[in-house]
Design a protein around this ligand. Structure first.
Ligand code: NAD
Ligand code: UD1
Length: 329
């Protein structure tokens, strides 16, 4: 298939591009490089020994997107592009609503206009809010406390309405849990700008000595050791989940959790990182972070059953690959 990958220079998009190319698909990446680097494109080519067509465009700009649809005969779109920092979304809600929702509308519109049937969307486990774990696809979505989460719920709703109105469309809403790790080549990985918000990038900055201590946000949750529990998934497993979703896409709306189904606490993650990489990660316990939940992990059975996809990589591989890539920076 010939697939348009929006946000393909970013963390998850670049890893998924590798899986797509290795599976024999052709890709066209559209990215404005607002949170990524141009070098990533040549690294994808280097890893796969295949070429990539790249457009540096803003996916909210309908004319630019239309030029891509006009130039290439597309079979599908995977829509990764978007802004994703929860804290920033509270400070700049309009930027988040504009970027994340207009892009979804523009791409849906172009798919309809150019007869592109398949559309895969990057959603997030954040849409489950405070449901009871494990989170399953049939659960009602609960209001989130931040604009970022709201953009995912609204985009899911828009795509569902579009699919309901156009029976030949095949749309997949993929709800990611916590992606970590990097491609084994160490040529691509996660490179957040500034002080990271998420756990793994923060751990690597502390391990590298760029930040002095990891703040653990609360140890009084009702969890195995009082710290927050999350479903960490290796980014290459996540990438392969996209491939499975794309290749098995049915008409209508197809919702899948992409997670391992297993939870790991913050303290367990720190210990695993220290043990596998033989490097200390000093930490201190501080107050809970506003908006955090105690437990978040997937019921991963639907993707296993219907897509024949399940994660293969272990927590050990996740912390090893994260660190191996971080050491190259
Ligand atoms: P990322 O920031 O690394 O990648 C996003 C890419 O989109 C970047 O390369 C950025 O330059 C590009 N982009 C942003 N706005 C754009 C626009 N208007 N036009 C063109 N390009 C634009 O993020 P990621 O971690 O790879 O996330 C990809 C998607 O997955 C996002 O939609 C994100 O919300 C979602 N998601 C991520 C996580 C996570 O923890 N990483 C979890 C759940 C969902
Ligand atoms: C974050 C996002 C969420 C998104 C999810 C998946 C926030 C507030 N939420 O959630 O919308 O869907 O990623 O990518 O950013 N922790 C620390 N110290 C730190 C950083 C994190 O103790 O410096 C803890 C958190 O309290 C949490 C766990 O580590 O228990 C994981 O945190 P994080 O990586 O930010 O992911 P989520 O909280 O799942």
């Amino acid at each position: 298939m010939n697939i348009l990958v929006t946000g393909g220079a970013g963390y998850i998009g670049s890893h998924t591009s590798i899986s797509l190319l290795n599976a024999g698909h052709s890709i066209i990446i559209a990215d404005n490089l607002s949170n990524s680097k141009i070098e990533t494109i040549s690294r994808i080519e280097e890893i796969t020994n295949k070429s990539v067509i790249f457009y540096q465009i803003d996916v909210t700009d309908e004319d630019s997107v239309e030029r891509v649809f006009n130039t290439h005969q597309l079979d599908g779109v995977i829509h990764f592009s978007g802004l994703k920092a929860v804290g920033e979304s509270v400070e700049k809600p309009l930027e988040y609503y504009h970027n994340n929702i207009v892009s979804t509308i523009v791409l849906s519109n172009m798919c309809l206009k150019y007869g592109v049937r398949k559309l895969v969307f990057s959603s997030s486990a954040t849409v489950y809010g405070q449901n009871v774990v494990p989170f399953a696809e049939y659960m009602e979505l609960l209001p989130t406390t931040n604009p970022y989460g709201a953009t995912k719920i609204i985009s899911e709703r828009i795509l569902t309405d579009v699919a309901n109105a156009n029976s030949d469309l095949a749309i997949s809403l993929l709800r990611y849990f916590n992606p970590v790790g990097a491609h084994e080549s160490c040529l691509i990985g996660e490179e957040p700008n500034g002080v990271p918000n998420n756990l793994m990038p923060y751990i690597t900055k502390v391990a590298r000595g760029e930040l002095s201590v990891l703040k653990v946000f609360g140890n009084d949750y009702d969890t195995v050791d009082g710290t927050g529990v999350r479903d960490y998934i290796h980014v290459m497993d996540l990438a392969e989940g996209h491939l499975a979703a794309l290749e098995k896409l049915d008409n209508g709306v197809n919702i899948y959790n992409l997670g391992t189904g297993k939870g790991t606490s913050v303290l367990e993650m720190i210990k695993k990182f220290e043990e596998i990489n033989r490097i200390p990660v000093p930490y201190e316990i501080v107050d809970r972070r506003v908006g955090d939940i105690a437990l978040c992990y997937a019921d991963a059975s639907k993707a296993r059953r219907e897509l024949g996809w399940e994660t293969k990589r272990t927590i050990e591989e996740m912390v090893r690959d994260t660190w191996d890539f971080a050491k190259t920076l």
